[in-house]
Design a protein around this ligand. Structure first.
Ligand code: FAD
Length: 396
């Protein structure tokens, strides 16, 4: 693309110079001049009020998506049990669909899983596409991708959401590649732009230092994954939904892999996304013994302990209890943050807590910006006092 300046129109305002990310415009005799290092990125075009910057760039045409309709959720199930993220995504899908004036549909794949459709309808699905076949009994990449690709080609949804679970992280990129669309992974917020009526997908970027909002103007469906615990499941008791069974035309030979046995690992993994009370600790807790005090507090409140990445790296708490961008996302009623500075990567995982209490000896700690109640003090004094208070209120 070539960019040039119509000198007689240019008034030397320098807006284009400021907008150019490559330093490729300078002022010469009071008029803008394009230098050789111009990459043709076009950033200067929109800012020129005199319309003095010209180019041979043709704006990319937005295709006609008027035949695209519906906000779809992949309803993940394992062994006939729905993953909670499926219901959480339906809650968000309902909101998006209302903003668009479109329907919410769930994709339920498996073998003998039809009874789950009722739960999906109760959580907001207006249609449930039900694909049942022995080939789909256990999740396998190829058959699931094939089935979803065919459904997308046939019904042309506008939006497709999946959980950022182990399954979703495998399936979503495969589906997006097959149907030739982009995918925004690990979104923390989804909303419809009221003007353009497209999906705004927000997620941490650049190592979590900024929140980026991504929009897809040129392809459909708009695809995003969301981690468990980020969105909120909502029951809509009187919701009416239609179950649409469809034939699955796949043979075992096309599956690519054979599941010989499903082995469930016996792990005492705490599902933090379902915890109602979380007492979390950071570097300020100091050592493993400090976490034992937090455990006592969590126990009195009927909750569990969690930690920052620092606490995990120090070995004070297991990696499965890390909250944040690279840990779990949580949505408890109460989150007590002890000795946690409140780095953006940690906040990304706990911002959806209903109430946040922060204990930190530094009054300028960023955690206080998101806390509902802040206690400035040494946690070694404050936490034992909380424990004492709670114990004194317990019936003897
Ligand atoms: P610090 O930032 O060191 O804060 C310790 C706090 O304790 C301070 O505010 C201090 O005032 C206070 N304190 C000290 N002593 C006491 C005391 N006696 N009483 C009261 N307060 C006290 N972090 C996560 O947590 N989760 C993630 O998922 C995550 N993912 C990341 C991903 C990337 C790509 C990157 C780059 C970083 C990630 N991090 C994550 C790390 C994150 O940036 C921070 O480094 C980390 O959250 C800081 O942990 P902290 O609050 O425990 O420690």
């Amino acid at each position: 693309m070539t960019v040039w300046i119509e000198r007689e129109l240019c008034n030397g305002c320098k807006r284009c110079i400021q907008a150019c990310p490559y330093g490729a415009i300078e002022l010469e005799d009071g008029k803008a001049r394009i230098l050789e290092r111009c990459t043709g990125c076009g950033a200067c075009l929109a800012v020129c009020k005199q319309e003095a910057v010209k180019s041979d760039l043709r704006p990319r045409e937005i295709p006609d998506f008027s035949d695209r309709s519906g906000v779809w959720v992949f309803a993940e199930q394992r062994g006939g049990v729905l993953h909670p993220v499926s219901l959480e995504l339906l809650g968000k899908a309902r909101e998006l669909a209302e903003a668009l004036g479109q329907e919410v549909a769930a994709l339920l794949l498996g073998d003998g899983v039809g009874a789950l459709a009722e739960t999906l309808v109760r959580h907001g699905a207006e249609k449930v596409f039900l694909g049942e076949d022995p080939v789909l009994k256990n999740y396998r990449s190829l058959p699931y991708t094939d089935v979803i690709e065919n459904l997308i080609e046939k019904h042309k949804p506008n939006v497709l959401l999946m959980g950022a679970t182990h399954v979703g992280r495998d399936l979503a990129p495969r589906v997006s590649r097959r149907v030739g669309v982009g995918l925004t992974a690990d979104c923390t917020e989804l909303e419809i732009d009221p003007g353009e009526r497209i999906l705004l997908q927000t997620r941490p970027a650049f190592g979590g230092n900024v929140m980026a909002t991504i929009a897809n103007r040129f392809s459909r469906p708009q695809m995003a994954t969301v981690r468990p615990g980020v969105m909120e499941a909502r029951e809509i008791p009187r919701n009416q939904g239609e179950v649409i069974p469809f034939p699955v035309d796949l043979s075992e030979n096309e599956a690519g892999t054979v599941v010989l046995e499903v082995v469930k690992e016996e792990r005492q993994r705490v599902d933090l996304s379902q915890a109602r009370v979380i007492v979390a600790g950071g570097r300020g807790v100091g050592d493993r013994a400090g976490f034992e005090v937090l455990e006592e507090l969590a126990g009195l409140l009927g909750g569990v302990t969690a930690g920052t990445r620092v606490a995990v790296e120090e070995g004070w708490i297991g990696a499965d209890r890390q909250v944040g961008q690279t840990g779990q996302s949580v949505r408890p009623e109460l989150y007590i943050a002890c000795g946690i500075s409140g780095a953006i990567q940690h906040r990304a995982g706990m911002m959806n807590a209903r109430y946040i209490v922060a204990v930190n000896k530094d009054p300028r700690a960023p955690i206080f910006q998101v806390a509902d109640w802040g206690i400035v003090g040494d946690l070694r004094d404050v936490v034992p006092q909380m424990i004492e208070q709670l114990k004194s209120r317990q019936p003897s």
